[in-house]
Design a protein around this ligand. Sequence first.
Ligand code: ADP
Ligand code: MG
Length: 265
Amino acid sequence: PAVLATHGPGRIIAMCNQKGGVGKTTTTINLGATLAEYGRKVLLVDFDPQGAASVGLGVNPHDLDRTVYNLLMERGADIREVIVPTAVENLDVLPANIDLSAAEVQLVGEVARESVLARVLRPVQDEYDVILVDCQPSLGLLTVNALTAAHGVLIPLECEFFALRGVALLVETIEKVRDRLNPRLEVDGILATMFDSRTLHSREVVARVHEAFGDKLLHTVIGRTVKFPDASVAAEPITVYAPSHPGATAYRQLARELVARGDAA
Ligand code: ADP
Ligand code: MG
């Protein structure tokens, strides 16, 4: 893909799976970094109170007075004052920390409680080409807010035996949000993660996902490698930590695949 001279309209992609440890945060960071490498202007929205996406990009959210939480809860708070640039050119982060865990309960009484994130992002949406929302592992109100703001959903699935358990419920939630709140929402793709080429098992899981979801299964497969946890300890995307590692190559391929499918500018 060519480097873009102008940016926007921003396409919002929610990274969702209510199961933890499937590669949502790793994919958000590394897809964000590779799209940025290709000249896209990318905003990464940390939407998990654990703040792992912020930390993984070298932003310590526990020191911050204001995070995405304040934007959700305080009318008039300015998103531009909360967005933080990262060490990666073209990649900004809207950080989260443990404060966000209160939002799930506090938003329940709000008017249009499902569209608060959409409202928060609107002022900067067209300054970016892609906005990636790293969801927490739940299908609660915060995730529904991400789905309501989004154009597309990416579902990382780890290549493990029970990976498909729970996906039916996730798809049902996506369909409910599409019917009731956000008719434009589509599943952009399912990404197989933590693939181990040495095991028959990993290949069987990918075959089953393909049977169930057809061409929603992305061609790009992310292999299992300790370089990913190593890179997150270093608080860097793998493209910075180990630029020529196959893990970095895989996320570059994912970026190109999404651009080619029209899911990223
Ligand atoms: P989630 O956000 O879905 O909870 P993470 O992206 O945080 O999942 O990944 C969970 C753990 O697995 C982290 O320690 C991460 O470094 C590691 N991990 C993620 N992707 C891979 C991979 N492809 N190979 C090996 N470890 C991975
Ligand atoms: Mg995560």
